[in-house]
Design a protein around this ligand. Structure first.
Ligand code: SF4
Ligand code: SF4
Length: 672
């Protein structure tokens, strides 16, 4: 604990106040003379608006006072900015509208307005209404009222003065709420999801915390100390994070002022998009998911496709290609054309837009056909991921020459084979190909497979990543497939590994490590929402270690079959949990989003994931698909258990791992 915290000394938090043109706002408010101010009620975000407004009033020496509840009439009335003037919240504003009707003049500070005929009815020449985004402005203008309608900026952007941390809470309730929140926030990842859970949410995103809502309901009559305390508290809590993903407007604004990396998801009626366009579009640390058609894509399936290439230009010592000396293997001959493969995996057949991972047994980009396979799948409307060692430059040039709109739906997982890149002198080629992706509309991630041999090279790996990528690579875990239980390939314990590799702060590593070697027994939707597909043979399996349930190339008129694994995962653990569990194969499993697993923010403020993949990788299959009822789950489980094949498989798969597994492979295949 540092001395400041120990002594509970207030410390200022640095933020970047914005410079806005106040002319319009000031001239309207000064023309009122003395006025009464009522803040908009709401949550933490509304407290920030109120604090910024009050500070701004004082800074500009305006003649204002808080409205006294006992007053029946107000002559000059200023109502605080916010998002309450919409169909969902308008009912609560009826008492305010009654007061407005009796006032001589009314100014409404920058707010959003949508679908509020009740409010339009009372608007007349006594009103000056400020909007904080263009859509509200155009909506009110189009109503042809006699009110003065003006476009300005949300009051929170006008925050000035200092922000303190470790403030003493003015009430017992606030003390309790704030100490609870401090504890929660400390346990959250640095790359955090702060999404709303109410009716304004567009995507019902998985959230780590709905922070705005946590400090309870805020009424217009709240003492100023409470408003100040909540605002300072909000900044103190947000200051804990590096990357903030949110659909809460004032979480986004406060985080933007703090200079954090902010990824904005819109709310249900476009409020965040509008305010971003009006005030935040020039801020380099703020990104909004764009509103292209892709934004509305919902991923319904995840297909992990095996590309039947069994050779590689590298010899990573932990890879089975190396162990089996398969470098001389010929490139595969695909039985089916790229067009046929795309038809076999059509959107119609899969039930909608899907995420398709292309991963070779060896280097995925060696076969020339892969460019057209990726192109056809993208043209079908899917999102495609390619796993690669990022050294086959010719293939990158071909793929990155595809149509820009297609490339927006393409993602590269660049495996950082540090030792091999050094040995083969291909380090520069690797980073040059990554630069090509970065300059294109495609997205990427860089991932290092953690093996003990890399430990002496950690300082150099960090240095080269920061120099070439502007961010540290993510880390994944190597596994030993020759041993029962498929354990971690390392001589170090989890605790030691955490210490050795902790500097990389990789959410992927942090998530995978404690789950490795832990058998999953929950109901898993693999075989219903996710599948493993062999692009050479067309065989479809529910997951790794499972047998064929269908051939995707036979009879293209049949739908993809549904055989959920349920509680009978055949694998000793879910080693690719960063994909299957992050995408939601186990309903409600607490996992980071795939966006958190894959993204990094570079020193120049750019992200490895472009907006399309920020959105797609923030989705989960358990949110985009209907779930089975309890009864259906019971039936599936009964069917799975009563299957003789299942028992044979389970017993055999328990006794056969690694080399022995090959001996029993044909039996396992037959019985599964
Ligand atoms: S680059 Fe990938 S496929 Fe090639 S040897 Fe290394 S781990 Fe194996
Ligand atoms: S728990 Fe993981 S490994 Fe097991 S079936 Fe589900 S997705 Fe596959």
């Amino acid at each position: 604990m540092d001395l400041f915290q120990f002594l509970k000394v207030k410390e200022s938090i640095k933020y970047n106040p914005m410079k806005l043109d106040d002319t319009l706002l000031l001239s309207e408010l000064e023309s009122l003379g003395a006025f009464a101010y009522i803040p908009n009620s709401g949550n933490m975000g509304d407290m920030l608006i109120a604090a910024a407004t009050i500070r701004w009033f004082n800074q500009n020496h305006l003649n204002w006072g808080r409205f006294n509840q006992s007053e029946k009439n107000i002559k000059y009335f200023v109502y605080g900015g916010g998002g309450a003037w919409t169909h969902d919240w308008i009912e609560g504003l009826q008492p305010i509208m009654n007061l407005m009707q009796k006032a001589e003049r009314v100014v409404i500070l920058p707010s959003s307005f949508r679908d509020v005929p009740e409010f339009i009815k009372i608007l007349d020449k006594r009103f000056t209404v400020f909007c904080r985004e263009k859509e509200s402005f155009e909506y009110l203008k189009s109503q042809n009222t006699r009110a003065k309608i003006l476009l300005d900026h949300d009051m929170a952007f006008r925050l000035s003065g200092s922000i303190k941390t470790n403030m003493l809470a003015p009430t017992k309730d606030l003390k309790k709420a704030s100490s609870k929140l401090r504890q929660i926030v400390k346990s959250l990842p640095k790359d955090v999801r702060l999404f709303r859970k109410d009716s304004e949410s567009e995507g019902h995103y998985q959230t780590d915390l709905d922070l705005s809502n946590e400090m309870g309901w805020f009424s217009p009559w709240e003492p100023i100390e409470n408003i100040e305390f909540a605002t300072n508290m909000m900044f103190e809590l947000l200051n804990h994070f590096d990357v903030i993903r949110t659909d809460r407007l004032h979480i986004a604004i406060a985080s933007a002022l703090l200079g954090k990396q902010v990824i904005i998801h819109d709310n249900i009626y476009g409020k965040l998009k509008g305010v971003h366009a009006q005030t935040m579009s020039t801020l380099g640390n703020v990104n909004i998911l764009n509103d292209s058609a892709e934004k509305n894509d919902k991923i319904v399936k995840f297909l992990d496709c095996y590309v039947p290439v069994k050779t590689c230009n590298f010899k990573c010592h932990y890879c089975y290609i190396t162990q089996n000396k398969w470098w001389g293997e010929k490139l595969p001959e695909f039985k089916y054309s790229p067009e046929y493969i795309a038809r076999a995996l059509s959107k119609k057949r899969l039930g909608g837009v899907s995420l398709i991972n292309l991963c070779g047994g060896g280097e995925t980009l060696l076969p020339p056909e892969i460019t057209d396979i990726a192109r056809c799948l993208l043209q079908e409307g899917h999102y495609v991921m390619i796993v690669t060692n990022t050294t086959v430059s010719k293939r990158f040039d071909e793929i990155l020459a595809l149509d820009k709109e297609l490339l927006k739906r393409l993602f590269f997982k660049c495996s950082f084979q540090y030792l091999e890149l050094k040995r083969t002198n291909l380090m520069e080629q690797f980073f040059s190909n990554i630069r090509k992706i970065k300059e294109s509309p495609a997205s990427f991630t860089v991932e290092l497979t953690v093996v003990d041999e890399l430990i002496p090279h950690i300082p150099d790996i960090k240095e080269v990543c920061m120099k070439e990528l502007g961010a540290l690579c993510h880390l994944t875990i190597a596994r030993d497939e020759t041993k029962p239980g498929i354990p971690r390939l390392s001589d170090y314990s989890c605790e030691e590994a955490r210490k050795i590799w902790g500097d990389f702060k990789s959410p992927m590593f942090d998530f995978k490590l404690p789950l490795f070697e832990k058998k999953r027994t929950e109901f898993c939707y693999a075989g219903h929402w996710s599948y493993c597909v062999n692009l050479g043979t067309g065989d479809v399996a529910q997951c790794y270690g499972c047998g064929k349930i269908q051939n995707i190339f036979e009879d293209l008129t049949t739908p993809l079959e549904s055989h959920p694994i349920g509680c009978h995962c055949p694998n000793p653990h879910c080693w690719n949990n960063h994909a299957f569990l992050s995408f939601g194969d186990i309903v409600g499993f607490d996992a980071p989003t795939f966006a958190q697993i894959r993204d990094r923010v570079c020193l120049d403020g750019t992200h490895w994931l472009k907006p399309e993949f920020q959105d797609i990788f923030s989705q989960r299959l358990d949110e985009n698909n209907p779930h089975f009822s309890k009864r259906e789950i019971g039936k599936i489980e009964k069917g799975n258990k009563s299957s003789l094949k299942y028992y044979k498989y389970k017993i055999l798969s328990k006794i056969t791992f690694g080399k022995k597994r090959n001996k029993y492979k044909s039996k396992l295949k037959k019985w599964s």
